[in-house]
Design a protein around this ligand. Structure first.
Ligand SMILES: Nc1ncnc2c1ncn2[C@@H]1O[C@H](COP(=O)(O)OP(=O)(O)OP(=O)(O)O)[C@@H](O)[C@H]1O
Ligand SMILES: [Mg+2]
Length: 240
């Protein structure tokens, strides 16, 4: 079963086109990467899938259902979640309040949110001692873990992460890898991972699509990510 299918997707900022017909699909339970230089349209692609930016053409299907014209909150309730670039946690709210913002999406009130909150704390035990702390005083890595935990509060089937290892210290990058591997098994999550760090992406994904100037121009199997020559040929860079 296909979780996500993107067909001939186009999007613009005002009159400036950025996505020029993006095609790719992700099977249920798969982890795929999207690799591309700065400014190639990675964040724009995620925003268009999320419904934060309208598609000017093309289709977005979630488990076969066309969501291309649905508003962002409908797509979220159908199971599309996101960890945005730069984390975007609320710095003045406590860790607990940040998580509760993520839980607002659940409809069942306290009956549904309490077990969801408990589940998140079991999955992210390192957040427990931080619950009363302001989001803004956490380290970058802790904020990223909070952003991942918050994204799971809405119980997504498909989680899209936008450069989660950007500016994060290596020990926490390792921890994020472990967290995502565990969630793959425990929640059966499907993941779209936008990244520029090759070793991070290689540790997690089944295969990687390359985006160049608003189009998917190829795909690289995970063992090819370790081969600098292969990556250079597709993307034009080979450093992680
Ligand atoms: N809000 C905006 N208004 C106008 N143009 C934008 C806007 N956001 C992005 N762009 C332009 O769209 C293009 C793609 O940007 P996008 O943010 O999708 O790239 P990216 O691949 O995510 O880059 P990075 O790796 O730096 O995050 C760039 O040329 C960028 O300047
Ligand atoms: Mg980006």
């Amino acid at each position: 079963m296909t979780m996500l299918e993107v067909k001939n997707l186009r999007a613009s900022y005002g009159r400036i086109p950025v996505l020029h017909g993006v095609d790719f699909s992700v099977e249920r339970g798969a982890f795929i990467g999207i690799l591309g230089h700065n400014g190639m349209g990675k964040t724009t692609l995620l925003k268009t899938i999320l419904g934060q930016l309208p598609a000017s053409d093309g289709e977005i299907l979630l488990e076969g259902v066309d969501v291309t014209r649905d508003p962002a909150h409908v797509r979220a309730s159908l199971g599309i979640g996101c960890v945005p670039q730069g984390r975007e946690i609320f710095p003045k709210l406590s860790v607990e309040e940040n998580l509760k913002m993520g839980l607002l999406r659940l409809k069942g009130g306290e009956v549904e949110t309490r077990p969801a909150f408990e589940r998140i704390l079991e999955e992210f035990p390192r957040l427990k001692p931080l619950l009363d702390r302001s989001g803004g005083v956490l380290s970058g890595g802790e904020q990223q873990i909070l952003a991942i935990a918050r994204s799971l509060c809405g119980n997504p089937k498909l989680l899209m992460l936008d450069e989660p290892a950007e500016g994060i210290q290596p020990s926490i990058v390792e921890e994020i890898i472990e967290i995502l591997r565990r969630l793959r098994v425990s929640r059966g999550l499907t993941v779209v991972l936008v990244e520029q760090k090759l070793d991070f992406i290689a540790a997690l994904v089944d295969s990687t699509f390359v985006i160049q100037r608003g189009r998917i121009t190829g795909s690289i199997p995970t063992d090819g990510l370790a081969d600098t020559a292969v990556v250079r040929e597709f993307v034009g860079f080979g450093q992680s």
